[in-house]
Design a binder for this molecule. Sequence first.
Ligand code: FAD
Length: 400
Amino acid sequence: MDLTYTPEHEELRANALDFAKRIVEPNLRERDEKAEPDPAIYRKMGEEGFLGVCIPEQYGGLGLDYHALAILSEAFEYVDTSARVIISVHNGLHTLALLQWGTEAQKQAILAPMARGERIGTFCLTEPACGSDVVGLQCFAEKKGDRYVLNGEKIWISLSTVADRYLVMAYTDRAKQQARDPHGITAFEVERGYKGVAPYALKGKLGVRAGVTGGVAFQDVEVPAENVIGGVGNGFKVAMSALDNGRYTVAAGCVGLMKACLDASVKYAGERTTEGRPIGRHQLVQQMLAFMAQSIDVGDLLVRKCGWMKNEGLRCTREVSMAKWTNTVNSQQCADHAIEIHGAYGYSNEFPVERYWRNARGAVIYEGSKEVHQLIQAGYALGLRKDGDLPHELPAWSKG
Ligand SMILES: Cc1cc2nc3c(=O)[nH]c(=O)nc-3n(C[C@H](O)[C@H](O)[C@H](O)COP(=O)(O)OP(=O)(O)OC[C@H]3O[C@@H](n4cnc5c(N)ncnc54)[C@H](O)[C@@H]3O)c2cc1C
């Protein structure tokens, strides 16, 4: 297993960090305070090719490998989680699902404009009455001739009001819905412009306040049958494999957030004095800094391992879940320590660490809560859970 990043990877990291500092960081404190997303960021990310970073060039992307996706996620979340979320939902949860499950025609017609950043995509699984309990979905799409008529509502959807395209999971079989059989779920490409699609934004969020989170209501939305992704009845598999990619970006983003916590804390611990010496000289403060350094190294290695497996075309559902669980929980703890080190100042938005804490909190919940990931890991450990073959696997990375 070669976990070394190449000079090209490091160049991408430098470019992404530079982009985030120039485009995302200005006015970030104000935008976070007022919960005001900046729509220009999406367009600029598209212009840089970030929205198709590891999509093959033939489908409009940059054709970089899966490590590049992690590096981008880490660099963006170093500055703000809202920027990494764009990569998670557009790249991780939507475009990679199309790369894995789409037909050639869908890749040309739908994936390519998204990879070029001309169209923004998001992922619609969660509903008002079910999040972790995916088989409890209420959304239903009824087949009528060459179309499906979609009804229901999705909530807690990142980029809900800015996305042009939604990857929506809905039941298409009433009997299977009643039996809670995941084989009755189908994935659909739904355009925001379709009649009956009503996106909205949620107010009063704890974190990711510089980004959009909301919901989408679907009322008698006519979706062409050719918009089914991955085949009728494969929607659960599409969603779970999309989460293998989304969770990878979340885990990688956490490494960036933990680095931001460490950098801010080291700086403050060198400046603030008590008892005539910098607080960084107190062993209990050092213990918190050491935990951050440890969490960064552990988290980075877990992410690199997943990136290597993806590049090789190896299924890594277990490894990605481990990375996402470990890194989200550790990043929450790192942000908590960062506030502690800043004392009362850490409790105000004069310093960024309270934002890190609020942003880290959400990631422990979304893309599988920490409880869900513990159940997954216990399932593998007990031999109760095994990954079956999928009709379509995420393609291994091939250069050129
Ligand atoms: C900022 C943010 C962005 C999001 N973006 C998206 C998005 O883009 N697309 C999307 O589809 N969703 C998104 N979500 C939704 C997110 O994925 C869900 O919130 C998450 O899956 C949990 O579902 P829930 O909130 O319904 O909680 P529930 O499933 O109701 O769970 C509530 C609590 O019960 C626990 N629990 C549930 N079941 C079990 C069990 N079997 N055993 C033990 N404990 C259990 C959970 O761990 C949790 O602590 C987002 C959420 C947030 C906060």
